[in-house]
Design a protein around this ligand. Structure first.
Ligand SMILES: Cc1cc2nc3c(=O)[nH]c(=O)nc-3n(C[C@H](O)[C@H](O)[C@H](O)COP(=O)(O)OP(=O)(O)OC[C@H]3O[C@@H](n4cnc5c(N)ncnc54)[C@H](O)[C@@H]3O)c2cc1C
Length: 294
């Protein structure tokens, strides 16, 4: 079976998409519609995030398993260390292997309820994503990805130390990283430079949010700790009361950002789709990343 990193090391830039596990039956229908619509666009892989509660976690495992069994897509499951003992983590990793999921994004997770609250390690759990990478690699033939932060992780005060911590995850066995969303290419490129300066050439994927509504722009920017720069605000804010014009301008901004990154040689672009496929498909088409027959 091919792995995510093999696809990122291919001859051409690729794209990938990220979904949430569905909350209920209606959500599941919407998600599967989006998955089916994107299937024909041949993304390099699709990932499913891992929530904080037990039922949401079960839905991630189930959804990722269905992607393996019912589609032609390559799935990547997310896994978080938060609120899990090592025994439970081993169990989930075993489940992923059993359903045929061999690509895993290893992240620490945030404290449930308040992402900025105090991080409390499970008494029998792990502290950093680096340890989760080590655990997953010990348990089987997995291709492991990790999270990266162009502006530094919100808990880090020192950008260099934060980059060093990212490089530690590669040394622990991660093969690639996906960056938290950002709005200016330079912010991502500086992160890539900092990683390269430490002698690390693992593929780094930019994470891109299709900007379709005023709410997506401000809410997600706040959640991700990614400031909306004046260059983007000045292009979009004027359409705050005109949803159609805002969407069109947002898609322009995201397409230009993605194109700049492709010109700078990124191996692919990872889209945070929020379980919608239309805006992502539009951007991907404009970037010329669709297969000829799609
Ligand atoms: C692409 C992507 C996907 C995500 N998917 C999910 C998801 O599915 N579910 C979810 O709940 N969350 C998800 N997150 C959010 C993520 O869990 C949080 O941002 C979390 O706060 C950080 O996770 P991490 O894996 O980067 O943690 P870590 O790498 O453990 O880093 C956490 C903090 O500790 C510091 N640090 C790391 N290692 C060390 C060390 N050895 N010594 C000292 N300090 C250290 C880092 O600099 C950072 O400040 C995702 C984030 C991204 C970017």
């Amino acid at each position: 079976m091919t792995s995510v990193v093999e696809r990122l090391r291919g001859p051409r830039p690729v794209f990938s998409v990220e979904f949430f596990p569905p909350r209920d039956a209606a959500d599941e229908q919407r998600l599967w519609l989006a998955i089916r619509q994107l299937e024909g666009c041949e993304p390099a892989f699709v990932s499913v995030t891992y929530g904080a509660g037990g039922s949401s976690r079960d839905r991630t495992i189930r959804t990722t398993g269905r992607v393996v069994q019912e589609t032609s897509l390559l799935p990547m499951a997310h896994l978080t260390a938060v609120n899990h003992s090592v025994a439970e983590l081993r169990n989930v990793i075993g489940w992923y292997a059993a359903v045929g999921v061999h690509n895993v994004l290893a992240v620490r997770g945030d404290p449930p309820g308040d992402p900025n609250g105090e991080w409390v390690r499970h008494p029998k759990g792990l502290t950093y994503a680096e340890e989760l990478v080590t655990l997953i690699r010990q348990l089987g033939d997995f291709c492991v990805g990790v999270a990266a932060f162009p502006y530094g992780h919100p808990r880090s005060t020192d950008l260099d130390a934060d980059t060093e911590n990212l490089v530690r995850k590669f040394r622990a066995g991660a093969s690639f990283a996906i960056a938290q969303l950002f709005f200016e290419a330079e912010d991502f490129l500086r992160l890539r430079d900092r990683v390269a300066a430490r002698g690390c050439d693992a593929p780094l994927l930019p994470g891109i949010l299709p900007l379709t509504t005023v709410r997506t722009l401000h809410k997600t920017a706040e959640l991700a700790g990614a400031p909306v720069p004046p260059s983007v605000a000045s292009r979009l804010d004027r359409f705050a009361d005109d949803p159609k014009a805002f969407r069109a301008a947002g898609i322009d901004v995201v397409t230009e950002l993605s194109q700049r990154l492709i010109d700078e040689g990124v191996p692919g672009v990872h889209f945070y789709t929020f379980n919608m496929s239309k805006a992502t498909t539009e951007v991907v088409a404009r970037l010329g990343l669709l297969p000829a027959r799609a």
